[in-house]
Design a protein around this ligand. Structure first.
Ligand code: NI
Ligand code: MN
Length: 220
């Protein structure tokens, strides 16, 4: 499968049986071609994560998976939604996914309550990829490492709204994934981060820092 970074917390996963888009706030990749997207996952209701999810779903027919309240909010646009909550594996053509705790808040721009924020663990073609969403460092990450054993973890590093680089290094140890991909940094002044510091801190934990440029892809 192919993982592509689309800036901020947005990623695309191309699988053999579908194309997954996560947190499609696409200001850093405005020309991204979403025409093949089959599934959209949104971690919480904030605009820098919901992005253009309803509009992309309207154009493509893609299914939006989100926590129940956020899915209900998206359904105002007349799109296909799959309302879920924490802890249950959900099956798809391409594999399965489970929502896990993120410690943050969640509402839409118009103030609508959009349920609890989450991260997603994807199991696709024998690999497990964790997208943490917006969260602080938290002990649930020890459970994630012990129970779910991801191969790749995508973690916020920008601070201010989420954990920072030092906490991401601790999270990397607890989660136990071999490769750590940074997100949620350098989009706004409050979340500027020193990417060389990220690389050295993650390397010190014995894990592999994987820093992707905007629209850069890797095979997983
Ligand atoms: Ni947020
Ligand atoms: Mn955010």
């Amino acid at each position: 499968m192919k993982l592509t970074y689309l800036g901020h917390s947005a990623f695309e996963i191309q699988t053999e049986k579908g194309v997954i888009l996560i947190d499609p706030f696409l200001v850093k990749a405005p020309n991204y071609d979403f025409s093949n997207v089959t599934d959209i996952f949104v971690t919480h209701g904030h605009a820098d994560h919901l992005g253009k999810a309803p509009q992309i779903a309207m154009k493509t027919g893609a299914l939006i998976t989100a926590v129940f309240e956020l899915a209900k909010y998206c359904s105002r646009y007349g799109v296909n939604v799959n309302g879920i909550s924490l802890g249950g594996w959900i099956n798809y053509d391409w594999g399965r996914a489970i929502a896990l705790p993120a410690f943050h808040s969640s509402s839409s721009d118009d103030g609508t309550y959009t349920g609890c924020p989450v991260g997603y663990l994807f199991e696709i073609e024998g690999k497990r990829i964790f997208h943490a969403g917006d969260t602080c460092l938290n002990s649930e990450m020890k459970v994630l490492g012990e129970v779910y054993k991801p191969d790749v973890a995508i973690l916020p590093i920008g601070g201010h709204f989420t954990m920072d680089i030092e906490n991401a290094a601790t999270a990397a140890k607890w989660i136990g994934a071999n490769s750590i991909i940074p997100m949620h940094y350098n989009t706004f002044p409050q979340i500027n981060a020193d990417i060389n510091k990220f690389k050295s801190e993650i390397t010190r934990t014995g894990k592999n820092p994987l820093v992707l440029d905007i629209e850069e892809s890797i095979e997983i």
